[in-house]
Structures are given as structure tokens and as C-alpha cells.
Design a binder for this molecule. Sequence first.
Ligand code: GRF
Length: 204
Amino acid sequence: MKAGIFISGTGTNMEALVKAHREGELEGVSEISFVFSNKRNAPGVEKAEAAGIKTIVIPKIKEESVEDYEIRIFDAIKNYNTGIIVLAGFMRILSPVFLRLYPGQIINIHPSLLPAFKGVDAQKQAYDYGVKLSGCSVHFVDESLDGGPVILQKAVLRQDDDTLESFRNSILKEEHSLLVEAVSIVATGAYEIQNRFVSIKRRK
Ligand code: GRF
């Protein structure tokens, strides 16, 4: 199936997906059709262009409603017929209007072990709380904030000498491989969901 990636920032998770796809390691994904950004100056946009991926940038206009904005996004991406949309550092909450257009097809990477530390700057929330263990989660996106069924999680220990920056970087490093694995699982249909639990089927 074809994949689209939504970003707002530096785009290192997007780069990990592009690299994995080039190396034949993104199972079930025939093409990364586009990288969408809501931020014109997101560094990830230039990176995607440099990698030869089609980029689509549509910032929200202040006066328009979220729903109207999302319909503009949909109009720009619908012809790519993507089977999966990956939110990779996309810093907006999608409304039910958009979610209904891609039922069960939108996944997100979040830098904590959900359900702990939902919302923005999860690494700082975890660091400031003083947890010994945090990590990252990839989950299906539903109408709740960072609350859809978890596909994969990876734990990361906070070391005694970790600064917020080094802690953030240790998590980010794990995010890249976790996201590649989760996209492969979803794109190959190698999962089942029962009572929120996503069980992973063997793919090889
Ligand atoms: C990642 O930590 C991601 O989990 C969070 O935002 C960050 C984006 O990083 N949602 P990048 O743009 O992929 O480099």
C-alpha cells in the first residue's frame, strides 16, 4: 500500500521511514507518496525534498475552522490513495472529520510509554517527573489525545547523568526503529485488535 507522512518539525522519524523504504525494510509499503507539513519552515520539508519525495505544505489559515482546514488537506492528498498515514512529529490534533476519512489507517509516534505523559513535550514531562523509565509508543489514532490502541512500545531508561537533551535523544533513537517496525506491521496487516489490545502476527 501507499503511505503518506505528516510532519511539523525536524522530520527525523520521516527520514527513518524513507531510509527504511529505500533499503527495502518498510514491509507492505510500495511507495511513500508524499510528506505533508502544516508548517512551511519545518526542517523536515527540505529534507523530504532533498530525498526526492513529493512535499505538500498547507498551513492553517487563522480564520478557517479546523474542519475546513482538514478538508483542504484531504483535497490535496486524496488522489494519492494512501492506505496508511503516519503522523511523525505532526503537532496538530486531527478532528473526527479527518479521522473518519481514514478509519484505522492513521498511526502516531509518541515519545513516552503511553498512557503516561500524553500531550506535548512528553520527554520533558517524564524528565521533570523524575521517572527512571520512559520510552516511546506507536499507536492508532482515534478521537482521544494520544489514546488509541498501542501497536508497539519500547522502554528507555533514564541514566543518572542524563540531561533532558540526552534523554530526549535516547528516546528519539528508539523511535526511529520502532516506527519502521510499526508501519511494517500495519501495512502488511499483521495484527489483530481485540479489546484495545493489538496482537502482532508473525510476518516471516
Ligand atoms: C518525536 O519525538 C515524536 O515522537 C514527537 O515529535 C518528535 C518529532 O521528531 N511527536 P522528528 O520531527 O521526527 O525529528
